[in-house]
Design a protein around this ligand. Structure first.
Ligand code: ACM
Length: 530
């Protein structure tokens, strides 16, 4: 058969993609159509988001159909079996196929394999190989297999059976910490609502869920030794709504659900400020011994725990002790931001005791970067939430702390705060850090962002979603999507993959997936949606 010359050239390009970094999906090298041709042009291996370290299409693919099984290797690996069960469940829904999970490693289908020697995979990376007899996912860890499965989902059609194109992906994350935060204190959200967000995040390889559990307007987690915190302090939210709280069992269920998706929960109890809900629940937490009124406005900086009272430290020790028991991950977040009603010396003295309490309960501190002005404990992690207009001395203090060995999580408010409006037409959200269009959220480099802080000091990135103006799931999703996909890529993909034009096309190509999941995303004008 005679093949027209132009088509032949395209075929040769597809077949001859070399095994070097230049064939990363981010560069679109397996995409024969010119740049700017729109998302329809992206071949499956070029659509993967976050962009993998390398991906190439080669040879015939695997027909995913009624006979497809997931093979989880040896039965004695319970965790791999669980990853396989969850992947099968994620494949069944959209495809309508049975996708049974079977033991044993050999045979056609989707094969999950642990191989300690998987090159370059680290703790979360993987290799995916697709050919006519199946798709093999290989990793050093079950977490790596989970992430491989999420890539596989993106190589399949959004619905129905289909072909996983032949080819190979080799992948591992740039940063260990890739987080999203939800403020369930300003407005209460249910465990089911947060689980849905976990599913949405995990499919893009976000691996940390930071929960802002307490603030002036509400206390959202039951604490046995101080029951009124949730029972009374949980009964309010911004705007005067009923609020709510999670029982410990509900919280455990959420933590386990996230854990099955390789998402660690980092719980935050914000102190010594942002504590009005606690001070309304217990008179003894106030220096004057009088309980505060519940608060439903959106001012900050007016509340403070009583630094000179020993009862305050019994309180934080008991609360952090119960929280540590509920937390399988390594971190407890103790806030430390906007303590405008706590004198500086008191703040430093208080944060010393709070950090001691975290260490006593076997956890590592994360605090907002204001802890740099006090005495961060050895190993404490600082979360930077400054922005372009943050004063140079404040940035320098954070850089000095990083130099002294405190890893940083970057959450620049004018890049990653998901509650900032996209533009003047965005209905929910705030704008104190400026508008944050989709491009602005993505188009910066965490590795060079803070002067004097090398990439080696950056633990990762996190996108917080504060909820003073956000009370419903649709609004939450509208603010998070699509910007949180940019966070996912900044956290995962190699620096060489960071290219706005290529990314915006990958992002646009996610639209059918987001639509099929009924995600209420913002169709931002700076993205070439189809
Ligand atoms: C913050 O936005 N107050 C951390």
């Amino acid at each position: 058969m005679r093949v027209p010359r132009r088509a032949l050239a395209a075929l040769l390009v597809l077949a001859a993609v070399p095994a070097t970094a230049s064939c990363t999906a981010a560069h679109g090298a397996d995409d024969p159509r010119p740049a700017g041709a729109g998302p329809a042009a992206l071949a499956p291996y070029g659509r993967i988001l976050p962009a993998p370290v390398s991906a190439h299409a080669a040879g015939p693919g695997y027909a995913f159909g009624p006979g497809t099984v997931v093979r989880t290797g040896t039965t004695d690996d319970e965790e791999v079996r669980k990853v396989g069960e969850l992947l099968a469940e994620q494949l069944r829904g959209p495809s309508g196929l049975p996708v049974p999970v079977v033991d044993g490693a050999e045979g056609d289908g989707i094969r999950l394999r642990i191989d300690e020697g998987t090159e370059g995979a680290g703790a979360e990376g993987y290799r995916l190989e697709s050919g006519p007899d199946g798709v093999t996912l290989t990793a050093r860890t079950p977490a790596g297999l989970f992430h491989a499965g999420q890539t596989l989902r993106q190589l399949l059609p959004v619905s129905g059976p289909g072909t996983v194109p032949g080819g190979t992906v080799t992948d591992a994350p740039r940063f260990a910490y890739r987080g999203a935060m939800v403020d369930v204190a300003r407005h209460f959200f249910t465990v089911e609502q947060v689980k849905r967000y976990v599913d949405q995040l995990a499919q893009y390889k976000v691996n940390t869920l930071h929960l802002h559990l307490t603030d002036d307007q509400g206390w959202r987690l039951a604490i046995d030794s101080w029951p009124k915190l949730a029972q009374y302090g949980g009964g309010s939210e911004v705007g005067g709504g009923p609020g709510g709280y999670w029982t410990k069992d509900q919280y455990r269920d959420l933590v386990a659900y996230a854990g099955e998706r390789y998402v660690d929960v980092v719980p935050e109890i914000d102190m010594p400020g942002h504590v009005n809900a606690a001070q309304a629940s217990y008179a003894e937490l106030n220096c004057d011994g009088k309980a505060r009124e519940r608060y439903t406005g959106i001012k900050v900086g007016f509340s403070s725990l009583c630094v000179g009272k020993e009862r305050t430290y019994e309180f934080i020790d008991q609360v952090l002790g119960e929280l540590a028991e509920l937390t399988p991950g390594p971190y407890l977040h103790i806030g430390g931001d906007e303590a405008h009603s706590t004198p500086a010396a008191d703040y430093a003295a208080f944060m010393d005791r709070a950090q001691e309490a975290v260490a006593k309960h076997g956890k590592t501190v994360i605090a907002w970067h204001q802890l740099a002005t006090a005495h961060p404990a050895p190993g404490a992690v600082l979360q930077y939430w400054g922005h372009d207009r943050t004063a140079a001395p404040e940035k320098a203090a954070v850089a000095a702390a990083a130099k002294a060995g405190h890893p940083l999580i970057l959450s620049p408010a004018d890049r990653l705060y998901l509650d900032m409006k996209y533009d003047a037409t965005t209905k929910p959200g705030l704008a104190w850090a400026g508008f944050v269009p989709v491009r602005r959220a993505y188009d910066w480099d965490p590795g060079t962002y803070l002067a004097g802080v090398p990439e080696s000091e950056i633990l990762g990135v996190e996108a917080p979603l504060w909820t003073e103006t956000i009370a419903t799931r649709p609004d939450l999703e509208y603010m998070a999507f699509p910007r949180v996909l940019g966070l996912a890529e900044l956290g995962w993909s190699p620096p060489a993959a960071r290219d706005w034009t290529a990314y915006s096309r990958r992002l646009a190509a996610q639209a059918p997936r987001l639509d099929s999941q009924d995600v209420n995303y913002h169709r931002a004008p700076d993205v070439p949606w189809r």
